[in-house]
Design a binder for this molecule. Structure first.
Ligand SMILES: [Zn+2]
Length: 108
């Protein structure tokens, strides 16, 4: 068996840090020494020698930050809705029955 020269196979997974997270495509050596490409973009799916068109780490970070901001905005909307609904239920004459029914429906 040939000594592995690069990390990233099933038996020796790549240790990831913010600087080494595969941004899509990455190359690794299999235990027999063969060089293998894990394509992450269409360019390299079609031609392993093509220039990689995967997002770089900064682009991926920007995308995740955008998703986080969207999720935070949705959560703020849901919190506002929840507090308004809870206030309306608390002000209702059948408040206790509504809360009991809601807990039953939610299973809590
Ligand atoms: Zn790529």
């Amino acid at each position: 068996m040939t000594t592995q020269t690069a990390l990233g196979d099933q038996d020796t997974p790549t240790t990831t840090t913010p600087d080494t997270v595969p941004a899509g495509c990455y190359w690794w050596s299999d235990p027999d020494g063969g060089l293998c490409l894990m394509p992450g973009c269409m360019a390299r799916v079609q031609d392993p020698d093509a220039e990689c068109t995967c997002d770089k780490l900064a682009t991926r970070l920007a995308k995740v930050e955008r998703q986080l901001r969207d999720m935070q905005e949705r959560q703020r909307y849901a919190d506002t809705w929840w507090h308004a609904l809870r206030a309306a239920v608390d002000a209702h004459p059948d408040s206790a029955a509504l809360i009991t029914d809601t807990r039953r429906r939610a299973g809590r």
